[in-house]
Write a protein that binds this ligand. Sequence first.
Ligand code: GLC
Length: 579
Amino acid sequence: MYKWLLAVLLMVVVFAACNNEKKEAVATGIPEAQWWKEAVVYQLYPRSFKDSDGDGVGDLKGIISKLDYLKSLGVTAVWLNPIYESPNDDNGYDISDYRAIMKQFGTMEDFDALLKGMHERGIKVVMDLVVNHSSDEHEWFKQSRSARTNKYRNYYHWWPAEKGKPTPRYSLFDVNHDAWMYDSVTNAYYLHYFSRKQPDLNWENPELRKEVHNIMKFWADKGIDGFRLDAFQFAAKDTTWPAFPAGYEKNFLLYYAVGPHLHDYLKEINTEVLSKYNVMSVAEGAGNSFKDAHDMVDASRKELNMAYAFDGVDLAKKDGYSILKLKEIFTKWDSAFATNGWLSIFLANHDQARLVTRYGNDSPAFREVSSKMLSTFIMTMRGTPYYYNGDELGMTNIRMDKIEDYNDVATLNEYKHLVATGGNIPQFIETIKFTCRDNGRTPFQWDNSVNAGFTTGKPWLKINQNYTTINAAVQDKDPNSTLNYFRALVQLRKDNKVLVYGKYELLDKRNPNIYAYTRSLNGKTVLILLNFTNKANAVSLPTTIQLGKTLINNLSNTLTLTNGSTTLQPYQACVIELN
Ligand code: GLC
């Protein structure tokens, strides 16, 4: 009898403990408070983070060895790019087994240890869910392509060749830009919006949807804390395959994003999986309008928590970008989401070249100061910040000259396309030095030992030779480094809920050089001033403004106001309380 009672008591205690672990302290007195709104998400690209076994590829044990570094940043969540079994046509975005860990990265035991280690340090783990497509080496596809009558046939989109050629569809990664690939085994074409080795899954098939729900439950049951839905805005297709107008591929998002029933699929995911766990969800892509984005993320609709909109991140081009436009985009998105829905704030990720090279200035004179300025921007906007690994060091584009040194499937296939069609190769190489995703994927620069301390073997992608001066070890010791500035910013955001929830207001709107705004919450107002240029510039503020305590400044000169005006040094960033 006693034993029985004891066992029940023990179960109650364990249950309460587990439940507590999941509950997060969120800001009190703020009705809309949620842990995922207060999170600082650090995006970690496992292939390039830290190699533990000398094969030149980052791995889970490598990440485990750097957990204390992650904790030292203060970040509260880590989004891991795909770590599942994959032939790596697109570095893990082509999954051949959704319930297994990529052998190069380690084992499921390693993953369990990683998750535990993150949780012990108060860091949540968000996993990539890549289910617009699988790998062509996934068992489903192997079966699907084997016979028209196979039970997995309808897990993918097929077009029987006896009906002629299918309606054209554009592929982002295909050598010929053709999303239909002929397969002689069953004399049919299959659809692939990305590479030929990434066939699109058929979301119109309820059995496939159920498989995905079960995969999500498998990971949620392990205790992960969120999902990033890769390319999910493309998942729903009109399978009557209507023709699109000539030239549609130049604006394919208009035709591909948010297809029929996408919201039904998201609601179903919410009912079947998300609502049953304390997990956050974020979609890559936010459709074509604010309405699309709201329909995905408004709480009352019970779909997702957040989406990434690309307007901001797509702005930077080789010849620069308009600061006025940047201000306009972020302001527009903020006002559209001022009362309903929630945003993701980011300017970089694994699909972009480096933050400081694209939005700042990576010359020796301005690299550090402009990196700090950009970090200040990301960490003081309204929305959940997603911060890409290596940007805290101010890592820069590698700018490789030879196509042989590149790895990215998108770049390599575009190169082949240009060779086949007589395109301008030298111009292409110049462009990819600025744009190619490999620039953002070069191994993490830990220290100035061989291979930047990333691997003892041959790195899978070249290491940026500036690692001897730009690395975590050197910056850790320097109180003025970009790394320590980032740590201070994270702490500032944690200590000041006004930076999370506070109302955003743009100031000096027409200033082409300076981005100035306030954040206000419960009577407290904070002013953020950011000089986006390499020249000193003045900003005009309402004359009623009185500067109070400076919360953070990336330079040592203190700002003072004269008739509402003050001058910021090149790339200066300041966060100041208002009296
Ligand atoms: C997403 C990923 C990108 C990948 C593509 C195909 O855009 O972020 O890295 O190549 O989907 O999965």
